[in-house]
Design a protein around this ligand. Structure first.
Ligand SMILES: Cc1cc2nc3c(=O)[nH]c(=O)nc-3n(C[C@H](O)[C@H](O)[C@H](O)COP(=O)(O)O)c2cc1C
Length: 191
């Protein structure tokens, strides 16, 4: 059933010193199948796409403050759009769509969660032309780095991934042409 809304648990407090988290950031492709605790997922989403001011400003910068890149969660149950204000996940597609996030890297099917960073074209209209596209990519990169630091600080394995078929992934996510999957980050406990 679509439009199911999942209220996430409150995020855990990420309290590892920044230098230590920077020292531990790594891309890892060896995952356990153990599901992610919701409080960890909630903290991860807050770190990369959450609000750190009541007016909607986020933990990450964005060009012209468009905030055009949103985080989606893909797990064995479906595809979910993160709402940072409500700390909820709203379902956009059902079933296990993790295979659609890769063009052939098998470890992705083992990891419990892949986060997809999706450009919403309606929000990125001020970002025109090649320069605008670069800004969308940089905005996404900021989110990826924040997510990987949070993973390092919480003892989670993660790997950013660009190797996927964007059209196939978009369709599996239940999204139309106004949405563009830009990057993915596969996350789980280390094997
Ligand atoms: C834009 C970008 C795309 C990437 N795409 C993939 C990918 O599709 N699959 C993969 O396994 N790793 C991918 N990576 C991870 C890199 O291979 C990894 O960051 C690099 O080997 C350096 O390792 P480190 O992150 O542990 O320092 C990507 C990284 C970036 C920044």
């Amino acid at each position: 059933m679509l439009d199911v809304v999942r209220k996430l648990a409150a995020p855990i407090e990420i309290n590892m010193p920044l230098a230590q988290a920077l020292g531990r950031r790594r891309s890892s492709r060896e995952f356990s199948e153990t599901p992610l605790d919701e409080a960890l997922l909630s903290a991860l989403l807050w770190a990369c796409a959450g609000n750190n001011l009541p007016d909607g400003h986020r933990t990450v910068p964005s060009a012209l403050d468009c905030r055009e890149v949103k985080a989606y969660v893909i797990d064995s149950q479906g595809v979910w759009r993160y709402d940072p204000t409500e700390n909820t996940l709203t379902q956009t597609a059902s079933g296990d769509q993790r295979a659609a996030t890769t063009a052939g890297q098998d470890f992705v099917l083992k990891a419990p969660v892949t986060i997809v960073f999706v450009q919403e074209k309606a929000l990125s209209e001020p970002l025109e032309g090649d320069g605008g596209l670069l800004c969308v990519c940089v905005d996404t990169g900021c989110m990826i780095q924040a997510a990987q630091l949070a993973c390092a600080a919480m003892g989670l394995a993660s790997v950013p991934r660009a190797w996927f078929d964007a059209k196939k992934l978009r369709e599996a996510m239940g999204l139309d042409e106004n949405f563009v999957p830009v990057m993915t980050l596969t996350v789980g406990f280390p094997a």
